[in-house]
Design a protein around this ligand. Structure first.
Ligand SMILES: Cc1ncc(C[n+]2csc(CCOP(=O)(O)OP(=O)(O)O)c2C)c(N)n1
Ligand SMILES: [Mg+2]
Length: 369
């Protein structure tokens, strides 16, 4: 995948923005302003931003809980993210759900599912729809190392392989599932070895090297988009903070922490960009200022936004009577769900994702679903 100078700076900007958004949220959490827990993806930025960078308009992500970098790369507004985290009524989940359950269908992101592994069969469903409709779009389905030990992980890989579904399964192996280290989770060196059992493409890489992530995931996206069946990519990384902000993570051996902190993806990419004379002190200062302004704008916007409306709490639990979205293709009398059209656009759901990279400058309208 060819990366121009502007692309490299944009990737760096989104990685910095991701880290800064989460740093600010940790502060808001300590001030008691965040509803529920705070789960950060600090340390995962090369994996999340790099992997999402390889996607195209109309592609979908079925994310997990440390994937803020994917949301921001695909264009979800920092204001929308902050409204979700502060449970405001105009957030993507209308303030009825926690920090980590954010989704944004307009940018092709399905809301995150808490039950480990259960998002993967959902990703298969989205991919099956794309394949059935003969669209060239694909699905990215991230999960943690812990999720790879669940039944749905294996069922999803097997089903996707047999059906040749357009999915990139992306394992974010950060060394722990809560406090359980990987050597107590599985007995193989590389989780991508599991690809062999399902007859699909598999590769394990350094998930802290954003250019390596873009190169490898980019290749697997091409493979998947070319109809050759799914891929399983393991990105090895490290969870810089605890499982959530309630976890001090004192079970992480000091030497291990030190080793990984020296490989923090953001300073590593910064060093590369500086060596290549792409990042100068002036550009770096400009990006930092931009990041700070975007984060402050998001916090101010969210703090001034209305709280959730308790009277609307049951509105989205049950489908209203009558057709909502399932109206079928024009001239079709086939009412199956695969023919559903988005009532806002009149087009099939996976044809409408308004993706693209976020503008370097904050653009912000918070979307309602
Ligand atoms: C089926 C299931 N079991 C247990 C949990 C509780 N739980 C939530 S996150 C987590 C650890 C997840 O580890 P991993 O998949 O490696 O992702 P990470 O948090 O490290 O990114 C656990 C045990 C859950 N959500 N779902
Ligand atoms: Mg993990």
């Amino acid at each position: 995948m060819r990366l121009e100078r502007a692309d490299l700076l944009q990737i760096y900007y989104v990685m910095r923005l991701t880290r800064a958004m989460e740093d600010r949220t940790r502060m808001l959490f300590l001030q008691g302003k965040v509803v529920g827990g705070v789960y950060t993806g600090q340390g995962h930025e090369a994996t999340t931003v790099g992997a999402a960078w390889t996607l195209e308009d109309g592609d979908f992500i079925v994310p997990q809980h440390r994937d803020l970098g994917m949301h921001l790369t695909r264009g979800t507004s920092p204001r929308a993210v902050m409204c979700q985290w502060l449970a405001r009524g105009n957030s993507p989940s209308l303030g009825f759900d926690g920090q980590l359950h954010i989704g944004d269908i307009l940018h092709g992101i399905v809301p995150s599912i808490s039950m480990l592994g259960e998002s993967l069969p959902v990703a298969c469903g989205v991919a099956l729809t794309m394949k059935t409709r003969k669209h060239s779009t694909i699905v990215m389905a991230p999960c943690g190392d812990g999720a790879t030990s669940t039944g749905p992980f294996h069922e999803a890989l097997n089903f996707a392989s047999v059906q040749k579904l357009p999915i990139v399964f992306l394992i974010e192996n950060n060394g722990f599932a809560y406090s359980t280290p990987t050597f107590q989770e599985f007995a193989i060196a590389n989780l991508s070895e599991r690809a062999v059992a399902y007859g699909i493409l598999g590769e394990s890489i350094d998930g802290n090297d954003v250019l390596k992530v873009i190169e490898t995931v980019g290749r697997s996206v091409e493979h998947v988009r070319g109809g050759k069946g799914p891929a399983l990519i393991e990105c090895k990384t490290f969870r810089v903070r605890g499982h959530s902000e309630a976890d001090k993570a004192d079970y992480v051996p000091a030497a291990m922490r030190e080793e990984w902190l020296a490989k923090d993806p953001i300073p590593c990419f910064e060093d590369y960009l500086t060596r290549e004379q792409i990042l100068t002190p002036d550009i770096k200062a400009e990006i930092e200022e931009q990041v700070k302004a975007v984060v402050e704008d998001a916090v101010n916007f969210a703090e001034q936004s209305p709280a959730s409306d308790p009277s609307a709490v049951a509105d989205y639990l049950f489908a209203p009577d009558g057709p909502v979205a399932i109206i079928g293709e024009p001239d079709s009398h086939d009412p199956r769900y695969i023919n559903a059209l988005d009532r806002r656009t009149g087009k099939p759901f996976n044809a409408v994702a308004e993706t693209g990279k976020p503008a370097f400058v904050a653009t912000e309208e918070v979307g309602r679903r």
